[in-house]
Write a protein that binds this ligand. Structure first.
Ligand code: ZN
Length: 84
């Protein structure tokens, strides 16, 4: 839980200590990370604690190293540009 009780972006009310999945992307790869954060009810902004920000940073580093301790849960496709 953060020290804030209002959204830093829009000033809206925060829902405290929510469990959310945040995607960290490196190039075309992404990793879903379960974190706890305060979530703005108005704009959806996530307010992270230092600990959770570090968790996301560690996930990013793991992804860059092509880790063996993460399992593949989906694929990312590129929609053909010709299908406009
Ligand atoms: Zn907000």
């Amino acid at each position: 839980m953060s020290d804030l009780d209002k959204c830093p972006s829009c000033g809206g009310p925060l829902e405290q200590d929510q469990e959310v999945k945040e995607t960290v992307n490196v190039g075309n790869n992404g990793v879903l990370v379960s974190i706890r954060a305060d979530v703005c009810k108005q704009c959806g902004e996530l307010v992270l604690t230092q600990e959770m920000a570090e968790k996301l940073e560690m996930a990013r580093e793991s992804l860059e190293e092509e880790p063996s301790d993460m399992r593949v849960v989906g694929h990312v496709y590129e929609y053909p540009a010709s299908h406009a």
